[in-house]
Design a protein around this ligand. Structure first.
Ligand code: ASP
Length: 435
């Protein structure tokens, strides 16, 4: 195993997990065995990644911002980051809309399938609708208000509050720049060291990645619904997947044009993070690995990566926004509704906002989809239609979300002169060095 590149090991783990899952589904009691004895290892793996997400954001951002030594550089980088993130999201939604109107996947759903699915899955969608309703009842500036916490310690107790932690870390970093260097020296050294330790923890967790994804995929396969449902939703799923592939091509082109780095270099560097995004369905859980790959394998300097990536993991979800556009129009088509051009333009705006508001956790995109459906007057009961294939699509869109963050970090880094050569010290080099 030693000489094989990490992404191959992860792919092998995924493949063996699927094979085991398929074998176990055919055995009486096989599902229970996987759930009792294999699934927990997947959970332990995801938990260990999530465990370091908040400390990583704190340490990396404080270090990153204070390393800039200059507030104007920070606002320049901030403006570019947000600008590029919003642009790529709008591109993603537009591609989703274009494809779904070309393929028309909703037209292939028969009346019978529709009634059956709405019947079977309506219970599952109630909870989604409730969460979305609570969000809708709050005022228009609630999202902004929520970014500023009243207590950083209580914010840091939940991975759902990442934007609040980001806000605190940037604010703290700015404070650190503004005090005399001599006074801030100890604090700065503390966070620099803290950051190194966290990155080392990522290296160690990555040792377990092939086994972690093996357990995650075996559990997913034994718990997945029947293949028949996938068939009925085949065109819909295919439309989303084609859109996601186009997005990845757009990222590689942007990276090539603006940074002159070849597609192979970019994909090879980021692939372990993509595979983890796919296996965990969570950009937040993948963040530590994205950070490590981008800085060590793509050459983005830490000042840029530690600012662009945590923000991206929380607000930049191109895969999610593309999926929301396709799903909304698909449901409308399945219910025989024709959406006007202006409603579809409105979907661009709502899906962009909905993806920004989606938490970086499994299934979050579907919760926010309720808002898009509500805006366009599409029946929310239609969520039941797409429920069965949501998890596999969530896996694919999360991999794209992660890829988008990495690509943008390269663009922003290049634009401020912070893109250098990769400093490859992958986990085994590191490991040996420290022994
Ligand atoms: N799971 C996605 C992510 O973490 C969000 C979503 O689309 O549900 O990026």
């Amino acid at each position: 195993m030693k000489k094989i590149a990490l992404h191959w090991k992860i792919l092998l783990g995924m493949f063996l997990g699927v094979v085991l899952g398929l074998i176990m589904t055919n055995f009486e009691g096989g599902k229970g065995l996987v759930q009792d004895w294999i699934k927990p290892f997947g959970k332990i793996f995801i938990n260990s990644l999530k465990l370091i997400a908040i400390p990583l954001i704190l340490a990396a951002l404080i270090k990153g911002v204070s390393d800039l030594k200059d507030i104007s550089k920070l606002s320049q980088m901030g403006g570019r980051t947000i600008g590029i993130y919003i642009t790529t999201t709008i591109i993603a939604v537009s591609i989703g809309l274009l494809l779904v109107n070309l393929v028309n996947p909703g037209k292939s759903i028969t009346e019978k399938t529709r009634t059956e699915m709405v019947g079977n899955y309506s219970d599952n969608t109630t909870q989604y609708k409730q969460t979305a309703k609570n969000q809708k009842e709050s005022g228009p500036l609630k999202a902004l208000e929520d970014i500023v916490p009243d207590n950083i310690f209580s914010s840091a107790t939940s991975n759902r509050n990442m934007l609040q932690v980001i806000f605190f870390a940037i604010f703290f970093g700015i404070g650190l720049i503004l005090i005399p260097e001599e006074t801030g020296k100890t604090v700065k050294h503390f966070f620099d060291g803290f950051n190194e330790v966290i990155l080392k923890m990522v290296d160690l967790i990555m040792l377990a990645a092939p086994y972690g994804v093996f357990a995650l995929l075996a559990a997913l396969v034994v718990e997945s619904p029947s293949v028949d449902l996938f068939k009925a939703l085949g065109w819909y799923a295919l439309t989303v997947i084609i859109g996601l592939i186009i997005m990845v091509m757009i990222y590689t082109t942007l990276v090539l044009v603006f940074t002159k780095k070849k597609p192979g270099f970019f994909i090879k560097g980021i692939s372990p993070a993509q595979l983890l995004g796919f296996s965990t369905s969570s950009s937040a859980a993948t963040l530590p690995v994205t950070m490590e790959r981008v800085t060590e394998h793509l050459g983005v300097e830490e000042e840029a990566a530690s600012f662009v990536l945590p923000i991206g993991a929380t607000i930049n979800m191109d895969g999610t926004s593309l999926y929301q556009a396709v799903a909304a129009v698909f449901i409308a088509q399945a219910f025989g509704m024709d959406l006007s051009f202006s409603t579809q333009l409105g979907i661009i705006a709502t899906a962009t906002l909905a993806s920004i508001g989606s938490a970086a956790v499994p299934g979050a995109g579907m919760v926010m989809l309720v808002g898009v459906l509500g805006y366009a007057g599409i029946p929310e009961a239609g969520l039941a239609l797409i429920f069965a294939v949501d998890r596999p699509l969530d896996m694919c869109r999360t991999a794209v979300n992660v890829t988008g963050d990495a690509a943008v970090s390269m663009l922003v880094a290049k634009s401020i002169g912070k893109l250098g050569d990769p400093k490859i010290k992958n986990w085994d080099d590191n490991y040996k060095k420290d022994e």
